[in-house]
Ligand binder design. Structure first.
Ligand SMILES: [Fe+2]
Length: 271
C-alpha cells in the first residue's frame, strides 16, 4: 500500500511530537503493509506569513531528524519516503506552488479546506489550478461540515476535475458519525479516488492501514480496496492520470437533503 496523507514528520505540525514517535509510526506503517509514504505536513496561512523559506527549512530539519533516526535505529525498515504537503486553501496558494515542493508526483495538490467554511468561489479556485495543469485532491471532504449537509457539492467538484481522498479513520467511524456517513455516501457513489491514513500519532489518530483495507475489502470488494490504497496512489506518486468514474446525482433519492439529515443524526457532535 501507499499512504499519501499523514503527519509523520516530527515537530512540524500537530502530528508526530517527537522523532521517536515518528520512527514508531514509520515502523508501524511498514508492519501494516505500507511500502511507500508521502509525508504531508500541514501548511497553513500563518506558516508562510514571513515567506516560504522558513517553512521549507522547518520541514527540512524535521525530515533530516526522521531520516537520521531511520538510519540509526530503524534497521530493516525498507520503506520509500517522500515529502509533499497538505495545503490549506489560502490567498497565497500560487506563491506556495511556485516556491515550495508541495505537489505529489509533480502534478497533484493535496488541498484542504476549513472544516466549517468553504469559499464561495471554490469553482474558480479549482479551475485556476486545473489551468495550471495541477489536479487538486480534496483532502477528507467527508469531514467538511458544509459538504456533510450537501454531498452533491463534492460530486460537482469531481466533475470540475478534482479527485477526492477520504480518511481511513472516517470509514472506520473514529472521526465522528457525520464523517463516517458522508464517507460511505461517497463510496456508494464511486466518488472516492484515494484513501489516506491522515495519521497524526499511534494513539488517537493511528494509521488504520491494515484494518481500513480489510474493511474496504469486506464492504466494497478487494478490487476497490486495492484501487484506493494501491493502484491509484501509485499513479499519483508518479504523476500519471487516474481512470475515474464521474458520479451522477441521478443515483441519489429525490429527497436527498431529507435523507442525508436522517443519516446524520449526530451532525456537529463528532465522537
Ligand atoms: Fe491531514
Amino acid at each position: 500500500m501507499i499512504d499519501i496523507h499523514n503527519h509523520i514528520i516530527p515537530g512540524v505540525d500537530d502530528g508526530a511530537k517527537t522523532v521517536e514517535i515518528a520512527l514508531d509510526m514509520v515502523r508501524e506503517a511498514k508492519r501494516q503493509g505500507i511500502k511507500r509514504l508521502v509525508l504531508t505536513p500541514h501548511l497553513y496561512e500563518p506558516d508562510i506569513m514571513d515567506g516560504t523559506k522558513a517553512w521549507q527549512e522547518k520541514i527540512e530539519r524535521g525530515k533530516d531528524r526522521l531520516f537520521d533516526a531511520i538510519a540509526k535505529d530503524g534497521q530493516g525498515i525498507d520503506i520509500e519516503i517522500e515529502i509533499a504537503a497538505e495545503v490549506r486553501y489560502q490567498d497565497w496558494l500560487d506563491k506556495i506552488i511556485d516556491e515550495l515542493d508541495v505537489l505529489i508526483g509533480g502534478k497533484y495538490l493535496l488541498l484542504e479546506f476549513s472544516f466549517n467554511f468553504v469559499p464561495n468561489r471554490i469553482e474558480d479556485i479549482i479551475y485556476d489550478l486545473i489551468k495550471r495543469n495541477i489536479t487538486p485532491i480534496l483532502a477528507h471532504p467527508e469531514r467538511i461540515v458544509p459538504w456533510q449537509n450537501e454531498p452533491g457539492k463534492v460530486i460537482e467538484l469531481i466533475r470540475l476535475g478534482c479527485l477526492t481522498q477520504i480518511d481511513l479513520g472516517s470509514v472506520l467511524g473514529s472521526l465522528g458519525r457525520s464523517s463516517e456517513k458522508l464517507a460511505k455516501i461517497l463510496l456508494d457513489n464511486e466518488a472516492v479516488h484515494l484513501v489516506g491514513s491522515d495519521s497524526h500519532n499511534l494513539s488517537s489518530r493511528p494509521l488504520y492501514a491494515k484494518s481500513g483495507h480489510a474493511w474496504l475489502c469486506d464492504n466494497y470488494g478487494q478490487n476497490l480496496a486495492d484501487k484506493l490504497l494501491i493502484e491509484n496512489p501509485e499513479r499519483v506518486v508518479r504523476g500519471a492520470e487516474l481512470e475515474i468514474f464521474i458520479p451522477y446525482l441521478e443515483k441519489q433519492p429525490d429527497n436527498w437533503r431529507d435523507k442525508v439529515k436522517q443519516w446524520l443524526p449526530f451532525r456537529g457532535s463528532p465522537r
